[in-house]
Ligand binder design. Sequence first.
Ligand code: ATP
Length: 234
Amino acid sequence: MQPIILAQDLGKTYRSGKLEVPALRKVSFEVDPGEFVAIVGPSGSGKSTLFYILGGLTQATSGSVLIGGTDFARLTDAERTKMRRAKIGFVFQRFNLLPTLSAMGNIEIAHDIANLGAEEKKPIDQPLLEHLTEMLGIKGRLEHRPNELSGGEQQRVAIARALISRPAIVLADEPTGNLDTKNSDAVLHMLRTSSRELNQTVLMITHNPEAAQIADRILHMRDGEITHIENGKG
Ligand SMILES: Nc1ncnc2c1ncn2[C@@H]1O[C@H](COP(=O)(O)OP(=O)(O)OP(=O)(O)O)[C@@H](O)[C@H]1O
């Protein structure tokens, strides 16, 4: 099977003036399609930096990463933006829904953005929408605006928004960071299910070692390096 992510010797050094901060050093790993991978490590270990690179939001200083066979670093800025929109779904700790749009409006606009620049705009995959809203338990909430939804519901809308265009990978940065235990368990379960049932590749940063155990594999980072890779219980 061809890996969906192939990272080789990734390095990133931030430079501000004369100061150099090495954030990633020779990070190499592979992720198979449909895998659920958790990334854990102390603050400052390079987790977010790795996500920015995988998401095409910043460039590595050295090494390479292929997402579905494409090297972001070899693209022009415009091509990279197009790739990011089409191939990457983001889920953040702060749900980042647009407050003036309903839940459905948020899902639709994400789909439209993912299609920007595509030669042929694809309509929303209705069976997938049905499946996702059913699985996420938000079917009856689609006309509500974010401020009329609980935190857990907002995060479930954010997951639907990330998954609707079938991105190559979903990058979830502390997706349960703002949720209580019950909602946090539900969100983890849904990410797990989307990997298992929809063959969706998911990478999740978490500070919670128990949450990480739900993944297939856990990448442990420290000082910009992967120190070891553990099998999860997922
Ligand atoms: N824009 C930047 N300019 C300079 N240094 C940066 C920048 N962003 C991150 N760093 C540094 O790079 C290192 C890795 O940071 P990063 O945010 O990737 O860690 P992290 O593991 O995600 O941390 P946290 O868990 O606190 O979010 C840290 O030393 C950080 O201070």
